[in-house]
Structure formats: C-alpha cells, structure tokens
Design a protein around this ligand. Structure first.
Ligand code: FES
Length: 115
C-alpha cells in the first residue's frame, strides 16, 4: 500500500493497455481506493468511488472498464464514464463525474502526484 502522494504506483506495463488498475493509498490514517486507466502511454487516475451511491466501481469482478474498453464502468448499477474526464454519460448519475487525481508517467513509472 502506498502511503503518500508523489509516489510510484507501478510500472506502465503493469496496467494492460485499455484497462484500469486499482490501488490503496493511505492518507491521514484512512485508506483510499484509487484506480488508474491506461490508454497507450497515457494514464488517468480517479478515486474509486461512484458518484451515485459512493460504492467502489469494480466491486463485482475487479474490472473498471466496459467490455469494449471505451468507458469506465460502475458494476453496481451500470453507470458509464468517459475515460478522459470521468464524466458520466449513462446510468443513474448521468451528468455527474468521478473525482480525478493527478497521475503522470515518469519514464516507465506511473506516479501519483496529488490526491
Ligand atoms: S453505485 Fe455506481 S451506478 Fe450506482
């Protein structure tokens, strides 16, 4: 478990292209669930909390994505979110969005910059 921002989460190759990977981050004594989606050499990070009823998006099967990998999917009630900005485009929280966090690629390492 990573404990502070500005820390290496994993290597780029640890995230399958088009998929997401979850991480636990400790902050102020609390454990936060986050995830990072990879699109080629681009990485985008979000808190793993659905804006609908605040459940983790991947509780059912561990996956963060729709089958076609075009959208982030919430397993609970099927909300779909755009990868690039976390905006919900279908489902019960349409118009809402995931909470972003700052991640970047440094060499081949995925680094959490800011929660
Ligand atoms: S909790 Fe995510 S769509 Fe309901």
């Amino acid at each position: 478990m990573a404990s502070i921002p500005n820390t290496v989460l994993c290597r780029l190759e640890d995230i399958t292209d088009g998929e997401g990977k979850g991480f636990e981050i400790e902050r102020d004594g609390k454990v936060l669930d986050i995830f990072v989606v990879r699109r080629g050499a681009t990485v985008l990070g979000y808190h793993n909390v659905c804006p609908h009823v605040a459940s983790p998006l991947n509780w059912a099967n561990g996956s963060f994505m729709t089958l076609d990998r075009k959208y982030i999917l919430c397993d609970t009630h099927g909300a779909e979110f755009r990868i690039e900005d976390g905006h919900c485009i279908s489902g019960p929280c349409m118009g809402d969005r995931l909470t972003p966090l700052k991640v970047e690629l440094r060499g081949d390492e995925v680094v959490l910059i800011e929660l």
